[in-house]
Design a protein around this ligand. Structure first.
Ligand code: SAM
Length: 398
């Protein structure tokens, strides 16, 4: 049965489904979801580039920042980094390799954990990070989705498609061991609801074709719009991201002491009030944006830009101190400028190699590339404000 047929069957059995459920099935259906299939999603051969596809310097600069964070925390004997949605693990590899080479004291304290929902990608992580897994420096977190699935398999129950299940990771180190949560393009891959003046979007079907219908918005949707977003006007749509909120709440609550860095495409409520960032839902295939999320379910990426106002509020409600939002450009400039981005050029022997790396760096940092469209949300808990302010990533343009 194709994924389209599966979705149609679910609608026939239970009635029109929320858009978040449709997006969940398209991206994460166990066999045929976009991230579950054994095809290349990332880089040149795939559908989109992320910062780690551009150059290892992204991971290297973050390794430098993590080392500083570890020092700011008083160089504890152990520290955990939890990376959410690591994909195929290029970022983790760059961070671990660079830390081992340049920041050996930090590296010996570090336990790097990866929470990846897709089992196909978890297999790729095993391969990319084989050396670090074998040495015990890195390990996979079993998401509660995977844990549930294992439990069901053990009881001989077939659950078919899972609904949303919270991350629910177990910490392997004592809760007082400092934790740094890192997420690059994780929150934009979580299912959202779509709201228009007609209400909340539901997907129905007719003769196997998907049709948009609307129901009155839920009280959660209305509260989300009131607090963190705007009410759409005629002809407009906006998204509500309750799942992302839940994740941020759980993650922030699980940090006793430490940091959180979330980098993503996104916007603030103030920008929405100024009339921007309505209908940020996008689909991608082979590096081009496609207008129709109902075409080829499971074969194209579906994402929605991140509402940073909502995420920051969820973090603050759990006792995190949230820094003013920065562009990726400001964040990376702050880390890299003091040594003129030596981390990028270290392996270059020839002038042509330097020229190539300079271009890649420009793409990551400058407004014309990824530098301005991505933002970095940085938050801390139980760290003295003057120590937080000393981080190089926060120093540029402040
Ligand atoms: C857009 S990709 C980003 C990959 C990587 N961070 C990068 O920058 O290249 C989003 C990733 O998040 C993963 N993901 C989505 N929901 C997840 C969840 N609930 N728990 C763990 N991983 C999840 C997806 O499987 C995918 O690998």
């Amino acid at each position: 049965m194709s994924l389209r047929e599966k979705i149609v069957q679910e609608i026939r059995e239970g009635g029109p489904i929320p858009f978040s459920r449709y997006m969940e099935m398209c991206l994460y259906d166990r066999e045929q979801g976009y991230y579950s299939r054994n095809v290349e999603q990332f880089g040149k051969a795939g559908d989109f580039y992320t910062s780690s596809d551009v150059h290892a310097v992204f991971g290297r600069l973050l390794a430098r920042q993590f080392d500083e964070m570890w020092r700011v925390l008083g160089s504890p004997p152990q520290i955990e980094i939890l990376e959410l949605g690591p994909g195929r693990g290029l970022f983790a590899r760059d961070v671990l390799d660079w830390s081992e080479k340049k920041f050996p004291e930090f590296f010996s304290a570090l336990r790097y954990r990866l929470a990846e929902r897709s089992s196909a990608l978890r297999e790729r992580l095993q391969a990319t990070l084989e050396r670090h897994f074998a040495a015990g420096n890195a390990s996979l977190v079993m998401s509660s989705v995977a844990a549930e699935r294992q439990k069901s398999a053990a009881h001989g129950v077939s659950r078919g498609l899972e609904g949303f299940s919270p991350l629910g990771f177990e910490r392997i180190l004592a809760p007082e061991v400092p934790l740094i949560v890192f997420a690059n393009e994780f929150f934009d891959a979580l299912p959202v609801e779509v709201i228009s003046p007609q209400g909340q979007l539901r997907i129905a079907e007719k003769d196997g074709r998907f049709i948009e219908t609307w129901v009155p918005p839920s009280s959660d949707d209305l509260e989300y719009l009131d607090r963190y977003s705007v009410h759409p006007e005629d002809g407009e749509r906006v998204e509500t991201a309750g799942i992302a909120q839940n994740y941020m709440t759980q993650l922030s609550a699980s940090i006793q002491r430490g940091f959180l860095i979330a980098i993503d495409y996104g916007y603030t409520r103030a920008e929405q009030l100024a009339g921007r960032h309505r209908d940020t839902l996008m689909t991608y295939r082979q590096h081009s944006a496609r207008p129709n999320p109902y075409e080829a379910p499971g074969e194209q990426d579906i994402t929605a830009h991140v509402n940073f106002t909502a995420l920051a509020a969820a973090a603050e409600q759990q006792g995190m101190q949230v820094q003013p939002l920065r562009t990726q450009s400001q964040f990376l400039m702050g880390i890299g400028e003091p040594n003129q981005f030596a981390d990028a050029f270290e392996d270059c022997r020839l002038p042509q190699e330097r020229a190539k790396v300079a271009l890649q760096l420009k793409h990551l940092v400058t407004p014309a590339g990824l530098g301005e469209s991505f933002h970095s949300l940085i938050a801390s808990k139980a760290v003295a404000p003057d120590r937080v302010a000393s981080l190089s990533g926060l120093s540029f343009g402040s």
